[in-house]
Design a binder for this molecule. Sequence first.
Ligand code: SF4
Length: 373
Amino acid sequence: MAGIYLHIPFCKQACTYCNFHFATSLRYKDDLIAAMRKEIVAEKEYLKGESVNTIYFGGGTPSLLPIADCRLLIADLLENYPVAADAEITLEANPDDISTGKLKAWKTLGINRLSIGVQSFFEEELRWMNRAHNAQQAIGNLQLARSEFDNITMDLIYGSPLLTDGMWMQNVQRAVGLNIPHLSCYALTVEEKTPLHKNISLHKTVDVDSDKQARQFLLLMQWLRTAGYEHYEVSNFAKPGFRSRHNSSYWKGTPYLGIGPSAHSFNGMERRWNVANNSAYIKGTSEGIPQRETEVLSSTQQLNETLMISLRTMEGIDLNKIQTTWGENERKRIENDLKRYVSNGLVKINNAHAQLTDEGMLRADGIASDLFV
Ligand code: SF4
């Protein structure tokens, strides 16, 4: 089993908090698609013939891409990789790009899951984030998408300075009310080199309040549990049967191939990432000299990565698997390090799996890094 990720590095405008790789001009779009098509063919052996069970168009904003380009990319994938008949094919879409025509066209291409970047249903917050859509589009086009697609996930952001607990409840209630079967909810983070970071440094906007973020996350867990969602990863909630197969395969260590600038690939042993620059990517790929870096993961790095990723999931760290792969001493060391988290109620041991409690979820990455070799 394997997955393929395609990075579409274009956006209408820059959201203030975003540090993904994207350009706001479509000037090099045709050259970029040509280079991605070349990379699809050039990397056809990377997954060693494994069946491709998930394809994910991420970005950037893949919904900006003309249907004809999506069609070419999907046709190339089907021609060069053994894509399973029931593969999950996800496309990230922003609400302002959604129309009945596009929804029907995406379906015809085989796209069977939409990931919609809503973030908030409040106009003042959308403006503050510099999102390209407005609140009316968020609600109206989400309903439209719901009429064509069963399998939809949407992103929401909590912990922004403008978001009160009452507004947060309304955002979550609206998503639940629209019967969206999967939600990804992220705390607003202030990344360096973003407009948000600059605005905070210049005191043009207030900083995020970590206590408020923690409180809104705890509320979110309660609300969504009551509404019948499974909290299957720190930031991800799904109705039964609607977990993201693509993201779940990342968390299980399944190999994946990344196509496009800044896209990452993993084959079980090494991780590599393409240059995060459209011109350099186009030039390198077109000339057959791909611009990318590679890191071979040592056994220790693989263990640390397994601890970090699996602790964030509902299943938690499989201690038997740790023992089988890294030996009994490693298991004992980890069990010993976990004791203090178990005694202070942040971790529970369930059937040889170390799982985070709700409070533990707030400190997932800190606890995982404490367990690192
Ligand atoms: S649309 Fe998405 S990728 Fe583009 S700037 Fe906004 S958050 Fe970043």
